[in-house]
Design a protein around this ligand. Structure first.
Ligand code: MN3
Length: 204
């Protein structure tokens, strides 16, 4: 009998319009209610089929389902992080402080160098993907990394601290083809309290 798998769409921690003018309510509603929900539904479908194949010891069916699990599971993981590391303008704090700021200064020189590198790499992703600040537990260093499609950052051996979705569905209705303007603007709505909490957990 197939095991029960039931991932749920998490609620947004704010209203659709809360991130305006940086991200419009229309984008937020579509992004959360349609795109993220789609990943959750397809993840649950794929896992159900996977458990069925597993119960029948059908390894070729199990292998065939892996890319759907990676794509939709990654989409669910990535978006679940994304909503929480954003906050209405001025509510998420001015910028990183404390231990996170110290680590950024150690690994990137200073905050503006980090910001510039992050924006350049993230804006330059070919096609759809995500730009991340990740923590490498082995080297105890922060790294900027990009992932294609919905590959989660764990595929690069890093713990996600902050990330930006640069799929067109995340910005096109508002920023059209000018992805760098969206990436630049999103710094106004980072939730630094949450991001610092993620860093503390990753680095402790
Ligand atoms: Mn998205």
């Amino acid at each position: 009998m197939a095991q029960q798998t039931n991932y749920q769409l998490p609620d947004l921690p704010y209203d659709y319009s809360a991130l305006e003018p940086v991200i419009s309510a229309e984008i937020m509603e579509l992004h959360h209610d349609k795109h993220h929900k789609g990943y959750v539904n397809k993840l649950n479908e794929a896992l159900e089929k996977y458990h069925e194949a597993e119960s029948k010891n059908n390894v070729s069916d199990m292998i065939a389902l892996q890319s759907a699990i990676k794509f939709n599971g990654g989409g669910h993981i990535n978006h679940s992080i994304f909503w929480t590391i954003l906050a209405p303008e001025k509510e998420g704090g001015e910028g990183p402080s404390g231990k996170l700021l110290q680590a950024i200064e150690k690994d990137f020189g200073d905050l503006s160098s980090f910001q510039e590198k992050f924006n350049t790499k993230t804006s330059g992703i070919q096609g759809s993907g995500w730009g991340w600040l990740g923590y490498n537990k082995a080297t105890k260093e922060l790294e900027i990394a990009t992932c294609a499609n919905q590959d989660p950052l764990s595929t690069k051996g890093l713990i996600p601290i902050l990330g930006v979705d640069v799929w067109e569905h995340a910005y096109y209705l508002q920023y059209k083809n000018v992805r760098p303007d969206y990436v630049k603007a999103i710094w106004k709505i980072f939730n630094w309290k949450e991001i610092e909490k993620r860093f503390d957990q990753a680095s402790s």
